[in-house]
Design a protein around this ligand. Structure first.
Ligand code: AMP
Ligand code: MG
Length: 481
């Protein structure tokens, strides 16, 4: 049995910013021509991949030589796959198969980090009654105009204590922060501005009406204060408590399975044979999945074998969604793409972004499946650009206050940055704040295999296709949190 590892659900917080799905379809349905072309390529002298070919009319290796969007149909049935889609379109396509949103009611004690399924309206007025903002004396302001003036103390009002006595002309009541205002009082004198001796208090400073916190000045009973999709972190949690919720309805955490693919991959900490490398993507992806408010289940890596992959994907289809890493490019052993073409439902392959061009999306046994690239930077970038917003939109996360792992910002470039022909260019940048501006610079080489670049930087440019960024220019970027 393959080992599975259930991660602890430490929840951090996230969401991607506005990239509204475009209605524009980039694909062209010249599929008969494409199939003829692809068939010619398949029957050419390409070396055989490790296992027998299936009957798919789609190519297994070199067929896709163009990035332009095309829609292909396979086996004569109307199963369309778009190739080389823009980022907005990729999100739109994947949202046709969203995560299913389930709701559960949990004790408020366990609500930290969970995401509200429905808006919360206050069950009480806040404050519930007029009370003092300061320790001091509740007085009638008109009694304190002359300085000093001396008043008779008629009692004490304390938080949680019994109802304080009313005060009349020439009288004062000792009062503590949060304690109810006695009837007859309309102002507070802070204790520092008084001198008291037994039953008398001498008023030396101002009597302030502003130190009375009025009933419902923060919230009225029935008022909506927390929208759905909000993460219950410190302040939101305190607000839910203030509003009286002993239980809250939250979005059930979906479970997302993660599997890396590749014969070369070995768990960190083991001894490597020649040609092997340490597997790291599944750990990074699991961390991001958890940060997006979901459970992550890491599966042990799958070999580059159709049988192994099929068995693994079948095993993982009990979960709500599957993320694979590796095996989606043009290589002979890129079998995730092949098995999805032949046995799964493939909606798109390749996205017009750099890095992170080769991802795919489809379903395996009706479960949404993202095939992420194996290059460590690409796999994380595609998660940020595609998987995170897909999770957020599927589950109805609040755009600003829901779980998020990035924030769209404008940055001033400190150096020239080369864009990418025909692709949204996501160069890694380090964003820092200086004199009220966010400045962006690059520090390591930008190879998609260089995971160090994702640690040395904290953001990605969002340079539109065919656009270079010039030093001094302000451009859109994604600040990774
Ligand atoms: P692939 O997408 O399978 O062609 O892999 C592209 C590159 O990423 C290769 O150099 C792989 O060795 C590397 N790679 C693939 N999967 C992982 C992984 N899970 N962890 C680290 N590196 C990987
Ligand atoms: Mg591989």
């Amino acid at each position: 049995m393959p080992a599975r590892q259930q991660l602890d659900s430490t929840t951090k917080h996230v969401a991607l910013t506005s990239h509204p799905p475009s209605k524009q379809r980039t694909s062209v349905t010249k599929w008969q021509d494409s199939l003829r072309h692809l068939h010619a390529l398949r029957t050419s002298t390409s070396p055989q991949p490790p296992e027998e070919r299936s009957k798919s009319p789609l190519p297994h290796c070199q067929a896709y030589t163009q990035d332009s969007g095309i829609t292909l149909q396979r086996g004569g049935v109307s199963q369309a796959m778009e190739v080389g889609v823009h980022h907005d379109r990729a999100l739109e396509i994947s949202l046709a198969n969203p995560l299913s949103k389930r709701v559960e009611t949990i004790s408020f004690d366990n609500a930290n980090g969970r995401v509200l399924a429905n808006p919360l309206t206050s069950q009480v007025d806040d404050p519930r009654f007029d009370n003092s903002a300061m320790d001091g004396f509740a007085v009638r302001a008109s009694d304190c105009e002359k300085k000093p003036s001396t008043l008779t103390i008629v009692g004490t009002s304390r938080a949680g204590g019994s109802r304080p006595p009313a005060i009349g002309p020439g009288q004062a009541c000792r009062i503590m922060t949060g304690a109810p205002i006695p009837a007859g009082a309309d102002a507070i004198v802070v204790v520092e501005d008084t001198k008291s001796d037994q039953d008398l208090v001498t008023i030396l400073g101002p009597a302030r009406t502003g130190y009375i916190r009025r009933r419902s000045e923060n919230l009225s009973k029935g008022q909506e204060a927390l929208p759905s999709g909000v993460t219950l972190t410190s302040a939101a949690l305190a607000l839910a408590g203030t509003m009286g919720y002993g239980e809250v309805e939250v979005i059930s955490k979906p479970t997302i399975a993660i599997v890396s693919t590749g014969d070369e991959l070995m768990p960190p900490g083991t001894k490597l044979a020649p040609g092997q490398i340490y597997e790291s993507n599944s750990h990074a992806l699991a961390s991001l999945v958890e940060s997006m408010g979901c459970h992550a289940v890491r599966h042990e890596s799958s070999n580059d074998s159709i049988q192994d992959l099929r068995a693994t994907l079948d095993n993982l289809s009990i979960y709500d969604a599957i993320l694979t890493s590796g095996g989606v490019s043009m290589g002979q052993w890129d079998l995730v793409r092949r098995i999805m073409e032949e046995e799964g439902e493939l909606s798109f392959w390749r996205m017009r972004i750099r890095p992170g061009g080769p991802p795919l999306f489809g379903t395996w046994k009706e479960k949404p499946l993202f095939g992420l690239p194996g290059n460590p930077v690409s796999s994380l970038v595609v998660f940020h650009m595609l998987v995170a917003p897909w999770i957020a939109k599927s589950l109805g996360y609040h755009e600003d206050m829901g779980p998020r792992i990035s924030q769209k910002v404008s940055v001033k470039l400190e150096q020239n940055i080369t864009g990418a022909p025909g692709k949204l260019c996501l160069r890694r940048i380090r964003i820092r704040s200086e004199n009220g501006l966010l400045l962006a610079s690059t520090h390591t080489h930008q190879g998609s295999g260089n995971i160090h670049s994702m640690v040395a930087h904290n953001g990605l440019t969002l340079l539109p296709p065919d656009t270079d960024g010039k030093a001094g220019e302000v451009v859109d970027a994604l600040w990774l949190v």
